[in-house]
Structure formats: structure tokens, C-alpha cells
Design a protein around this ligand. Structure first.
Ligand code: 5RP
Length: 226
């Protein structure tokens, strides 16, 4: 099974996972990226069974809207029962690196506003320790050099993502070689850097469920404390 087929399989598993949300009045949080896109395309088949969605990016809002799914501003939606999104890396504690698509800030906001975060990945995203994937950080343009210096001081190898502007008008700095062995501590430390809007570690609010597509099917993992 190739990676595209795995993304399709895990998107289908996510539909089963959230089937309980297909009720009148339900609002579903939807992530960004190719795996989330596969989920959106399947979600469209159930659009008459829920009320609306909240999108984590303009691209996702456009895709949802293209399917005729009503898209709400988060401020008008309140707490969401569930958020479904992909990831760039996932560890055994369901900590994640996200932001490969540059939507990490809105993704973290929608995840924070959701009671349950269902993360959907193919097995290439599963790692023992986070950090092989360079960590994306969203940074205010005027703070670029300040933040690059601070990331180098932490041992990182930061690189501005060329030709990319986030939905919020900011830069992405992808940073390899950071020590992410304690993901919640690293997330807090990076949050403290002046000029950083958001970092792509999802450890303070990790996934609640992780669905992983491999060659022999989709495996389900839940947080240890649930
Ligand atoms: C976007 C993200 C995506 O979830 C992540 O990059 C995974 O993308 P894909 O499903 O295309 O592999 O965090 O900001």
C-alpha cells in the first residue's frame, strides 16, 4: 500500500471514529494538509448529518466550502466536540510535530478549542522521539533575525521557509537539531521566545487519539491517561 492509499485508509477510519458526531447541531474541527484533505472529501458525504465545520486554514475553509459544507468562525462556534488533523511526526505519548503545511497556529487554536483531538497519520510519521522533522515555528517578520539567533543559541539550525507567508501574514522558520526529548518542556521554552507566535510542538495539548495507517490496516492508539 503506498502513502496515498494509507492516507485514504486513515481518513476513512477517522470518519468511523467520529461517526457519533453526525448529529444535528454538531460542529467539527478540521485540520490542514493532504491527509486532512482526504478526510474532508469523505466528510462531504455526511454533510447533511452535521451542522458546520471550523477550519484550521484558508485552504481547508476553501475545500470545505467547495463541498458545500458550512464553515464557521471559531468565535461563533464555541467548544468543538472533535478536531481531526494530520501531523508530521507522532511519538508514543501522542505528542506531535505539526506545521509542515504552515498552518500550525490556527491548528493549535482549533485543537485547544476541541474536547477531543483525533490525529490521523500514515506509519511514516511515527517516531520514538520527536525531532527528525525540522520543527516549524510561526514568527513575526520583524523578529526574524532575533528568533533565528535565539534558536541557534538553543542548538537549533533554523531556516526561513522560502517564499511562504502564513494565513496570519507571518514567516515560518523550520528548525532542525533542537532537543525535543522532553516535548512539553521544549514547547514551553519555545513559546517564551519573543517574536514567536506559535511553535509546531503539540505536547501541552497532544492528540487524544492517534490513528495510524500501515500496510496491514489502521491501528488506534489513545492517550495513556484516558
Ligand atoms: C499542516 C500540518 C499537517 O497536518 C502536516 O503537515 C501533515 O500533512 P500531510 O497530511 O500532508 O502529510 O501540520 O500545517
Amino acid at each position: 500500500m503506498d502513502q496515498a492509499a494509507k492516507k485514504q485508509a486513515v481518513a476513512a477510519a477517522a470518519i468511523e471514529e467520529i461517526r457519533g458526531q453526525f448529529v444535528s447541531g454538531a460542529i467539527i474541527g478540521v485540520g490542514t494538509g493532504s491527509t486532512a484533505n482526504a478526510f474532508i472529501d469523505l466528510l462531504a458525504q455526511h454533510k447533511q448529518h452535521f451542522d458546520a465545520a471550523v477550519a484550521s486554514s484558508k485552504a481547508t475553509a476553501d475545500r470545505l466550502g467547495g463541498h458545500g459544507i458550512r464553515v464557521l468562525d471559531l468565535n461563533d462556534a464555541g467548544t468543538l466536540a472533535v478536531y481531526v488533523d494530520g501531523a508530521d511526526e507522532a511519538d508514543p505519548d501522542l505528542n506531535l510535530i505539526k506545521g509542515g503545511g504552515g498552518a500550525l497556529t490556527r491548528e493549535k487554536i482549533v485543537a485547544a478549542a476541541s474536547e477531543r483531538f483525533v490525529c490521523i497519520v500514515d506509519d511514516s510519521k511515527c517516531v520514538g522521539t520527536l525531532g527528525a522533522f525540522p520543527l516549524p515555528l510561526e514568527v513575526l517578520p520583524m523578529a526574524r533575525e532575533l528568533v533565528m539567533g535565539a534558536l541557534r543559541d538553543l542548538g537549533g539550525a533554523p531556516q526561513v521557509r522560502s517564499g511562504f507567508t502564513t494565513d496570519n501574514g507571518n514567516l515560518i522558520i523550520d528548525t532542525a537539531r533542537l532537543d525535543l526529548r522532553d516535548p512539553p518542556a521544549a514547547e514551553r521554552q519555545l513559546n517564551d521566545l519573543v517574536g514567536v507566535v506559535c511553535n509546531g510542538l503539540f505536547a501541552l495539548r497532544p492528540a487524544d487519539a492517534l490513528l495510524v495507517a500501515g500496510s496491514s490496516g489502521v491501528a488506534h492508539y489513545v492517550k495513556n491517561d484516558q
